[in-house]
Design a protein around this ligand. Structure first.
Ligand SMILES: [Zn+2]
Ligand SMILES: [Zn+2]
Length: 259
């Protein structure tokens, strides 16, 4: 069984499925993708996202505000805690720092990231971290405000091996997306080889970033199989082993999903 550990199910293009969410889930299930974590990016959209996922018991969700929305919506520890108490909310995020797309909002991103880390520590929930071109600040904030016990994941990882190693030392998992299949990602594939399988999660980040050979199309959870296959090829192991171990890793990190 494959678990898509990071997707935005309320933003998928369902037109190939007659706009029927269940048919999209069935297409994923037909490829062995039976569980997924729908990641929140804005509190404003949280109620409609939660209503969607509540109807399907193989779908989990998180609560958080994306770093690129931090300037539009500042979230408090209390707001996060209130939503995190809901059934099947198993993580805080996605949060983090993105200095690639926004340099003028760094302070607002940091305040938001801090609130997420504090909420996660308090609630003993893992944090889903988005990080781009902000290696030092991201690690520093996790060290300062994060929890070693609850830890978290650096999602859609595209940064250096050094950063991956430091995150592993902080008890974090590393999640790889379809980017690892892209032609120009040779350096990142070296990182995949170096990160131990028992610390890896797989994700689509759908509807963004469809893997090769679907690149450029709308992404969806069923394509997490291509991500797993790429990891299997790089490590010289079977795709079944990648599926099994990354699913175990998922439950180890997001342990509220076991309940
Ligand atoms: Zn992200
Ligand atoms: Zn995302």
């Amino acid at each position: 069984m494959f678990i898509d550990s990071h997707c935005h199910l309320d933003r998928l293009d369902l037109s190939p499925y007659d706009n029927d969410f269940s048919k999209m889930l069935q297409a994923a299930s037909d490829r062995g993708v039976d569980k997924m974590l729908c990641v929140s990016i804005a509190l404003e959209q949280f109620p409609s996202m939660y209503e969607l996922i509540s109807q399907h018991n193989n779908v989990f969700a998180s609560v958080g505000v994306h770093p690129l929305s931090a300037a539009d919506e500042q979230v408090t520890v209390e707001q996060l805690a209130e939503k995190a108490a809901l059934d099947r909310i198993i993580a805080i995020g996605e949060t983090g720092l993105d200095y690639f797309y926004q340099t003028d909002t760094q302070e607002l991103q940091q305040t938001s990231f801090k609130n997420h880390l504090v909420a996660a520590s308090k609630l003993n929930l893992p944090t889903i971290v988005h990080t781009r071109d902000a290696q030092e600040d991201t690690l520093q904030m996790i060290r300062e405000h994060g929890s070693l016990d609850a830890a978290g994941v650096l999602h859609c990882f595209t940064e250096s091996l050094e950063m991956a190693k430091e995150a592993l030392d902080l008890n974090y998992m590393i999640s790889f997306s379809g980017i690892i299949t892209f032609k120009n990602a040779a350096e990142l594939r070296e990182v995949v080889k170096q990160v131990p399988l028992n610390r890896i999660l797989i994700e689509t980040d759908a509807p963004y970033l469809a893997p090769v050979p679907h690149r450029g199309k709308k992404n969806e959870p069923k394509y997490v199989v291509e991500v797993a296959q790429c990891i299997a090829d790089l490590k010289g192991i079977s795709v079944e082993e990648v599926a099994e171990t990354t699913s175990e890793n998922f439950y180890q990190l997001f342990n509220k999903a076991r309940l």
